[in-house]
Design a protein around this ligand. Structure first.
Ligand code: UT7
Length: 352
């Protein structure tokens, strides 16, 4: 891709395909209870999670991302993307980014490709990035993948984090369209608070503290101050959801689906309660797959789409939260993604 034309007026990024990939291996609460000091009851009541997936040895973020991306591109009608974004906190390597490799493996060599680093909020940040690239005419068709292999960074002996996180990848395709049509991505709210950088952290391995033979084991692994993160997650996703609702001109009761970062079922319910959205509007994919980081929102969207819960025209509120700290939300009307509609979507439900 070359050249950055001035932004053509009236362009918007429109969602036109979803896809996802989960590793084969299911890790149940029973399996974790057998090797860690925990119980199915503790995990279920504290988090709502029953199962999560684990990548096979040697299975990397790009492997899951390629399959999720392939599925999303196919669902969107098979046209190639000119831009590939991978939101991840677990890139295949520290350098280079994972997105160019994913693009090449999808036959998209030459596409613009880079990673979005905003931990579990990465997918929402990626949506905003894609929306900007399309609105300004830089990109015509963006493949955005959220993918994480948390099993590569969580200490398997850390009972608090090992029970929460799972591996997976979810993807969407965004095409150039017009604001207001079903699937148009808009009304973003994004934010961060770097003062709480160490609430979710891998302390060693970056330029601040390269890994040496003296690096303690705890600093090489993912660490999270669970209770503090929990509080922030509820506050930030609630405030961000409210801001996005106000920008979209929606009332809480207008929301058909709240697709929040799948961190903890109690967090989802607290955000719904505080925002004034009925709990039964929460998409709850985490029960089966845990917290899949940047993959959690697109995987939850794909799950809701595949099970028929998402109907064209539905009002969908996405909200994410993660390390950084970072957070963000976005509103969209669900497009018609039935086969053959990947290029032009038409809403099936009367506007309310
Ligand atoms: O994706 C980024 C965003 N992440 C999140 O939003 C996660 C937010 N945090 C959480 O979801 C919750 O804080 C956790 C699920 C991580 C932990 O739940 P909690 O209710 O906050 O538990 P806690 O960490 O305060 O621990 C309570 C007790 C402690 O024991 P004591 O000190 O009271 O004796 C822990 O040692 O539970 C203990 N504990 C466990 N017990 C059984 C911690 N993990 C476990 C476990 N099994 N797996």
């Amino acid at each position: 891709m070359s050249g950055i034309p001035p932004g053509p007026a009236g362009r918007a990024a429109v969602l036109c395909g979803v896809g996802g990939r989960l590793p084969e291996r299911i890790v149940s609460n029973a399996e974790l209870s057998a090797r860690l000091e925990t119980t199915d009851e503790w995990i279920t009541t504290r988090t709502g999670i029953r199962n999560r997936r684990a990548a096979a040895p040697g299975e990397a973020t790009s492997d899951l991302a390629v399959e999720a991306g392939r599925q999303a591109l196919r669902a969107a009608g098979g046209e190639p993307a000119d831009t590939v974004l991978v939101a991840t906190a677990t890139p295949d390597r520290r350098c280079p980014a994972t997105a160019p490799l994913v693009a090449a493996r999808l036959g998209l060599t030459g596409a613009a490709a880079f990673d979005v680093s905003a931990v579990c909020t990465g997918f929402v940040y990626g949506l905003a990035t894609a929306a900007g690239l399309i609105a300004t005419g830089v990109s015509e068709r963006v493949l955005l993948i959220g993918a994480d292999v948390y099993s590569s960074i969580v200490d398997p002996a850390d009972r608090t984090n090992a029970i929460i996180f799972g591996d997976g990848a979810g993807a969407v395709v965004l095409r150039a369209g017009t604001p207001g049509e079903p699937g148009a991505i808009g009304h973003f709210d994004l934010g961060s608070d770097g003062d709480a950088e160490d609430a979710i952290i891998i302390a060693a391995g970056g330029s601040r503290s390269p890994v040496t033979e003296h690096t303690p084991r705890a600093e090489r692994h993912f660490a999270m101050r669970g209770k503090e993160v929990y509080r922030h997650a509820v506050l930030r996703m609630t405030a961000s959801s409210r801001a996005t609702l106000a920008a979209a001109g929606w009332r809480p009761e207008d929301v058909d689906h709240l697709v929040a970062h799948q961190a903890n079922l109690r967090i989802l319910h607290s955000v719904a309660d505080a925002t004034g959205i009925s709990r039964d509007r929460c998409v709850r994919h985490l029960v089966d797959v845990g917290n899949t980081g940047a993959a959690s929102i697109p995987l939850a969207l794909g799950h809701a789409h595949d099970t028929g819960a998402l109907v064209p025209g539905d009002r969908v509120l996405l909200t994410g939260f993660g390390g950084g700290l970072t957070w963000g939300s976005c509103a969209l009307r669900w497009p018609d993604l039935s086969p053959g509609t990947g290029r032009r979507s038409t809403g099936g439900k009367d506007p309310r």
